[in-house]
Structure formats: C-alpha cells, structure tokens
Design a protein. Structure first.
Length: 158
C-alpha cells in the first residue's frame, strides 16, 4: 500500500481543518481497498472492532454531529451495527455520500463560531469544535484501521 503524507497547507482555519479531515477520511477508506468482505468483518482484537464497523461508525458520527446536531436536519442516522448483508463497498459508499453532505453544510456555514442546534443536555459547541472532534475521531479510527489491515494481510501505509 502506497504511503500518503498529509497535505501541507498555508490556508485559513476552515480550509486546513477540512483538508486534514479529508486526508483522514481517505486514509480510513484506503485501508479497505482490496479487503474481502469476510476479512473486513472479522475481529482481530479483543474489543471486536472491525474494518467494516470503523467505516460504518464514521458515517454515523458525521451524520450525527454535522447533519443532525449542527445543522438540525431531520435525517436518518446510519446504523453502525454490522449486518449479514453489509459489504465494504456499500459501507464506503454511504460514508462518502455522508461526507459530501456534511462538507456541503460546512461550506454553507458563514462562521465556524456558529453553535450546534441540538446537543441535548451537553454543553453547547460550535462548528469549529465539531470539525476538530471529527478530525480527531477519524484520525483515531484510521489508526485502528492501520493495525487491523496489517493483521489481515500485512499491508501498511497511510
């Protein structure tokens, strides 16, 4: 697997956050390329984390945080439970569609200081916090995917 380094930018805060988030999204998806569905759903660690679950989970996280909590959209939040008919290709398609929709919301938002519309009983957070949270969450899970892919077939690289 070819190692891809993160983008080097001299841009504004929003552009930098979005570029680094996209790099981490791509890193996670690249870990699934060429992995058979059976291998992607197989557990290799005690927590039960799988490549397939990681992709489904990140589609859920972006939908929940950007579309519902920040934008206040009445959208169905994708389930991250692994079902018998789930495929890597299907999970990646949902994730890519989700990040396109979330990117549209971010692009249409004038300021990163805008607050989420609904975070329940939690303290209010702004779009900047949400993007940083998704960046750290995606990077964390892309790292998990690195390890799982190496356990599956020895492939390494970002």
């Amino acid at each position: 697997m070819h190692d891809q380094k993160p983008p080097r930018l001299d841009g504004d805060e929003r552009g930098t956050l979005q570029a680094l988030l996209q790099y981490q999204r791509g890193s996670l998806v690249r870990k699934t390329v060429g992995v058979h569905n059976d291998a992607a759903r197989r557990t290799h660690v005690g927590s039960g984390t799988t490549l397939l679950w990681l992709v489904k989970h990140m589609a859920r996280a972006e939908s929940l945080w950007i579309l519902r909590r920040f934008a206040g959209q009445d959208v169905e939040i994708p389930d991250d439970t692994i079902n018998p008919d789930d495929t890597v290709e299907g999970a990646v398609d949902v994730y890519e569609d989700t990040w396109q929709r979330t990117d549209e919301v971010v692009a249409a938002t004038p300021s990163l200081d805008e607050l989420c519309r609904d975070v329940g009983d939690e303290a209010p957070v702004n779009l900047r916090w949400v993007l940083m949270h998704l960046l750290e969450e995606t990077a964390r899970h892309a790292g998990h995917a690195d390890i799982l892919r190496e356990l599956i077939d020895g492939q390494t690289g970002r």
